[in-house]
Write a protein that binds this ligand. Structure first.
Ligand SMILES: NC(=O)c1ccc[n+]([C@@H]2O[C@H](COP(=O)([O-])OP(=O)(O)OC[C@H]3O[C@@H](n4cnc5c(N)ncnc54)[C@H](OP(=O)(O)O)[C@@H]3O)[C@@H](O)[C@H]2O)c1
Length: 273
């Protein structure tokens, strides 16, 4: 009876994790969301998910430490005190910096401070608390895997080699998350716990729906130049279904020997696109 806790299952990649993992009735799948009622309604109206008794939705804004503590108590009741997989998927992607280089933000210093703080709250600090709070359950689990959904944008080598200027604040927060994973791994791999950062690829979750034509042009120009050389097989963003279908075997195959504390992509390597 493998058990999963996944944060941010209300939509996007997290909802797809919920859908795919709960498809196996042997799995117990616990999703953390900010709006429990809305997600329960969405699940009950989804022809695939409705009636699946192995789905449990718990209310928790991941930046609320008390809510995370309560989520641990509720999970303990559901699983009997153990947890096999913790997937830290909830993340903040701010439109503010998605289409600009870091120097282009120089004229908005207050906004830079505000956005970076918000990004660190969700993408970094919340996950430190999440991992520490769920650790006693993971220690009692069989599989002992903690996965943080990171981003190829966080790879310093990619940034250096290909002059990736976009999303500088978001990338910084995910690079910090990678270090959080490495530090947890350094301390807990001797207990057999795998901590791993996993990037989902470029996934269409509607994140550019509100972009201006100029922003879309900048994004298109960047990918148009990068992709043919860096990833000749890249045909544009993939769906959440494709991304999660690629990540699941990577999660199964990831081992302490091969990837403790590392961050890898949906291809199981350092190819991000
Ligand atoms: N899409 C991509 O191309 C891409 C690429 C690289 C990495 N990622 C990463 O993949 C993960 C999933 O993102 P996505 O693409 O599926 O984006 P999304 O559709 O924007 O989903 C983000 C999810 O995170 C949740 N969330 C945000 N802040 C939260 C908080 N404070 N407490 C609890 N939940 C919170 C959202 O819940 P609400 O519905 O309550 O807002 C939502 O469920 C993120 O970590 C993201 O950084 C995505």
């Amino acid at each position: 009876m493998p058990s999963y806790v996944i944060t941010g299952v209300s939509r996007g990649i997290g909802y797809e994790f919920l859908r795919q993992y709960s498809g196996d009735s042997n799995n117990t799948v616990i999703g953390l969301v900010r709006n429990k009622q809305a997600t329960e309604k969405k699940v009950s109206e989804d022809p695939d998910l409705r009636g699946r008794t192995n789905i449990h939705i718990i209310a928790a804004d991941v930046t609320d430490y008390n809510a995370l503590q309560k989520a641990v108590s509720e999970t303990t009741k559901i699983t009997g005190g153990a947890l096999d997989y913790l997937i830290a998927n909830a993340g903040l992607i701010t439109p503010f910096d998605q289409y600009d280089g870091i120097g282009d933000l120089a004229t908005q210093p207050d906004q830079v401070t505000k956005e970076l703080r918000a990004l660190f709250e969700v993408n970094v600090i919340a996950n430190i608390h999440l991992f520490n709070l769920f650790l006693p359950l993971i220690q009692k689990g069989h599989t002992k895997k903690v996965i943080a959904i990171t981003s190829g944008y966080s790879d310093i080598e990619l940034t250096r080699n290909w002059d990736v200027t976009l999303a500088p604040l978001y990338s910084t927060s995910k690079a910090a998350l990678n270090m959080v994973i490495a530090k947890f791994s350094a301390q807990f791999k001797k207990e057999g716990i795998l901590f791993l950062g996993l990037a989902p690829g470029s996934v269409d979750v509607g994140q550019n729906n509100e972009a201006t034509p100029e922003q879309l042009q900048r994004l298109g120009a960047f990918f148009g130049e990068l992709a043919p050389k860096y990833a000749p097989d890249f045909r544009g963003p993939i769906t959440p279904e494709e991304s999660v279908s690629l990540m699941r075997p990577v999660i199964v195959e990831a081992s302490l020997e091969g990837s403790a504390g590392d961050f890898i992509s949906h291809f199981g390597n350092k190819q991000w696109l």
